[in-house]
Design a protein around this ligand. Structure first.
Ligand code: ATP
Ligand code: SKM
Ligand code: MG
Length: 181
């Protein structure tokens, strides 16, 4: 598979909690690729948690940092990149994402909610109605996530390894056709 990919980066997009970080790590290992998580790079570069950045600089400040990181990461090859759930919101980010193959990990809201109900590290979920918030974010973002090259729908009971396998099986169908003269 890594031969087929020829070093092209894989970008994982999707809602918070769908498993971009978890599955991204598995895919990197399987492909012999490096792994980058844009949320982690932002936290390391600023020395702040994502929550703290939202508090200090607002969502707009966070989104700018996210675009800065993405613009730098896309200059490298042989990477699997787990992105933040909102990376799809800025038009300029799509120019960077399209340097590689874009995979949308799509998980039912009920499952996401059960995973993140006790998790306080996602600032956008610190809401009186976190499940409703997840639903409305997903509704707003679905037209954006739909622009991915590959759409992987997680099934009930799928382990991270199962989802990684679905991604690997889907890649050949989206590789740009090689033209030989
Ligand atoms: N298929 C799965 N089955 C069970 N648990 C999973 C699965 N995928 C991810 N998880 C768990 O769900 C939680 C969220 O996963 P993860 O952090 O990888 O999501 P994410 O998409 O990177 O979220 P964010 O956008 O907020 O960074 C983690 O605790 C992870 O272990
Ligand atoms: O869905 C979102 O907008 C976010 C998801 C996380 O990955 C972080 O990037 C941050 O919590 C925002
Ligand atoms: Mg993540």
């Amino acid at each position: 598979m890594s031969n087929l990919l020829q070093g092209v980066n894989l970008y994982l997009i999707g809602m918070m909690g769908v498993g971009k970080t978890t599955i991204g790590r598995l895919l990197a290992k399987e492909l012999g690729y490096g792994f980058v998580d844009t949320d982690d790079v932002i936290a390391q570069a600023t020395g702040k948690s994502i929550n703290q950045i939202f508090t200090d600089e607002g969502e707009a400040g966070f989104r700018q940092l996210e675009s800065d990181v993405l613009s730098q990461v896309c200059a490298f090859t042989k990477l699997t990149i787990a992105t933040g759930g909102g990376i799809v919101l800025r038009r300029e980010n799509w120019g960077y994402l399209h340097h590689g193959l874009i995979v949308w990990l799509d998980t039912p809201v009920e499952i996401i909610y059960s995973r993140l109900a006790e998790d306080t590290t996602r600032p956008l979920l610190q809401d009186a109605d976190p499940k409703g918030k997840l639903r409305s974010l997903l509704e707003q973002r679905t037209p954006l996530y739909s622009q991915a090259d590959l759409h992987i729908t997680e099934r009930e009971g799928d382990t991270p390894e199962d989802v990684a396998k679905l991604v690997l099986e889907g890649i050949p169908s989206i590789l740009k056709t090689q033209v030989s003269y």
